[in-house]
Design a protein around this ligand. Sequence first.
Ligand code: MIG
Length: 673
Amino acid sequence: MIRRFVFGEMIETEAILEKPQAEGGAVPFLCVDEEAMTFSYSMEDSDRVYGLGENVRGMNKRGWIYESKCSDNPDHQEDTRALYGAHNFLVVDGKEQFGIFLDYPGILTFDVGYTRRSELKITASDWNLDLYVITGENVKDIVKQFRHLIGRSFVVPMWAFGYGQSRWSYMNEDEVREVANKHRQLGIPLDSVYLDIDYMERYKDFTLNDEAFPEFEKFNEEMKEQNIHLVPIIDAGVKQEEGYSVYEEGLEKGYFCKKEDGTPFVAAVWPGKALFPDMLNKEARDWFGDQYKFLLDQGVEGFWNDMNEPAIFYTEDRLNQVMEQLGEYKGKNLDLNLFWEFKGLVNGLSNNVDDYTKFYHNMNGKKIRHDRVHNLFGYNMTRAAGEAFERLEPDKRILMFSRSSYIGMHRYGGIWMGDNKSWWSHILMNLRMLPSLNMCGFLYTGADLGGFGSDTTEDLVLRWLALGIFTPLMRNHAALGTRVQEAYQFEDVDGFRHIIGLRYKLLPYLYSEYMKAVLRDEMMFRPLAFDYPEDARAVRVEDQLLLGDGLMIAPVYEQNAEGRYVYLPERMKLVRFKKDGSCEEEILEAGDHYVDVALTDVVVFVRPDHLIPLSKGGQCVADVDFEDLQYLSFVENEAVYEYYHDDGYEKDYENPAHMCVIRMEKDGKVCRE
Ligand code: MIG
């Protein structure tokens, strides 16, 4: 059951398109303090709290404080309170079971037992919000109701399930061609190469650097002939430059965010001084979306939207102020306090929250200060693109994923998990974020495999890929200046080919599970707690996941490990895929097991009476034969699998012809209905 409670007059976010009738009266379970603008709940010791989408720490969010404040924050540490997205949905599982969603576009705090261990306290910055309270049979049911409420998740073209290679600093055609060729020559599968900001002419959106990509359309075609898709980045800021048509047109039509006095708000990002299109304004959004046509017309079928928190290096006004203030330090003896103050001035230039109070949106004719709707910006940039794709390419699926997001954005695109590091702990962070994001509708998601910042190592990339082969977005991406980390840069090419190759074997299962999760508002990745709520051990497991209908995964995330402990909530079949192509199987009883996992092994666990359809693999998604299936299976009585398959490009998702039932008997006999 979903109940909606209205407090004040919220600014419309369109996170939920069809709102249930509002209710009056008391909010069950929650203590509401209008004065302090808080909701609180008293937790029992055994209560667990799930959700909050993109955030650090455990799947069980208890014991920390989180903020919904979309931030360009490359420090994904234990004490980080906010990342790029604002995902105000959580589920309490314990004595009471309920979900809450706060539809509120400003900054929120979720204190989940941080100040007082037994208290969950949510604090808003003003009292204009809608609160949804969802109750149901169990956690999965609560999540499903929420997912239904926020609408169906976005679907990618099938090639976007292939392996993608990215790096900030592929400077020109030849460098991109080399990435493609190396993979093909060495037989390492690949479906896409990402273009970071260097493909543009001086970081101007919807332009191409003509020297680096003299004949882009032709080049894109050349890549497509090899079944490789180029996926360019789009940034939120539009460069301020006379004669640049996007800038000129946006300015003329008044589509950029403005300061209080009505003049354009100028902030510096990649291209230096830039303006932010008013993504919250319908006309500006349509206009910005139409700009993607420039690349669509040249054959591009996928994009990633970056810097849309929006990130700000500095604003013109603050920079001028700081420059002036800095002069005052000249000739002074800078002691600790003064020196920190001095440093603080410069450091405070970037992503300064105060700057978010300096510009305005025009939402349906109403002037609204940015900080009140801060968390809607990235969502609406991606919505601009998503809506434009529907207009411009109605019959095509176009890949889109964004850095910043809000609840509801999952209808238009996926997200990637932002600027992680080449750290072992970030493999685990990647794993833990998956179910929390699925709860919020983000099914097409993944992390920068191998790590974005910092220098990586071969073993780290291999181990990370062994998780990445399961995530819908499977992309290796690294920052400018870091150690190169394409699969072919390392010694054990056979190991990379094997692990990445497995992704293509798993594809029939992964795509089927993804589509079922989309169509049924379900989660593809679940904590063990969601399926085994009665198992006191399972509910505490933080480093294993259920993947779809029949699999459990337990990746290795520690350096130099030769295996790991795995907890089995029931009898399962372990399957070990080895580099030499062989496959070992072993039935394990419920309980704890130490499982050997060599550096190039991939281990999965099949649940009883389940089967997993596999293909024979391929060098790209187009190679994969979805009819000629093999099966991983663990049949004690009979296994039944609902197999979803479509052509991966058309949009008639609901066509029942895409679904069939595969049955396997104890003797291994398979039949399809
Ligand atoms: O502040 O475009 O998260 O994936 O490579 C850096 C350059 C800006 C941040 C993105 C990252 C991308 C990078 N961008």
